[in-house]
Design a protein. Sequence first.
Length: 295
Amino acid sequence: MADDAPHGLRIARPARWALGRVERSGGFVTRMTWHLGDGSSVRWASRAARRRGRVEIRDADGSVTRVVGAEPATATRLARVNLAAGIAFMIGGSLFALGPLLAQLGVGSVRGVDMVYLVGGVFFSAGGYASVVQASNAPTDIDEQGTLRTTTWRWWAWWPRQIGWLSAAVLFAGTLFFGVSLVAAFASDLTARQSNGWIWFPDIVGCICFLVSGHLALVEVCHGHIGLRPRELGWWVVAVNQLGSVFFFLAGLAAFTRPATSTVVDLGLVNWGTFVGAVCFVVGGALQLAERPDR
């Protein structure tokens, strides 16, 4: 067996496979090809392997002849953690959509709305952590038939050189910043400066983390050349979530409290931007449920 650790990958593969094309973006490897002795080749793509446990077998002309799935135990594990992440994002997104809707319509108390946001934030953080777990258990062994497997199950790993893991880790960090903001929202009698420091600042940092995570995911799924790929489910998952991140960011900017008046910049944009962004994450979570290994 051999590996391609110098390229930032942790994949053990048959030694007789000759390394071919290595596709990079910003120092991250998103796709690699190994050539076999019979003229065929094996193509590994970061997101497809991490999310679906798949590699492609191609003939001498470069046409896909078959897709090889992960071995059953690995496929089951990846599917389960993907299900957990997708459902968590759907529930969290639904609550984040409900919160601003209640606030905009004046239904319920301020504390009630804050509680809806807080519970939604818990589910967002759960989805973020599940995404890190999935990335930490991306299959790392590939056999002669092209079957991927994970040898050891991990609840955490440190793989910053792998773009999929980094995207998930930055997303998780963003949910934690959101959590700080959501907890601070329960404080009373805050000055404009305190509100901006304890609520607005961690919120906007969380929004930036979401945007950075989404950009990394787009780079991964598009292999460096960001564009439209409507035939790929992974692209739809990433694109819809990134659209949601943009709306979250706009809502975050509008939530800044003016020191002179102690009012936010634009309450309507705060509520509707959060609502639309949250709906995008619900849709992204639903789409993610289908981006799973074949078992």
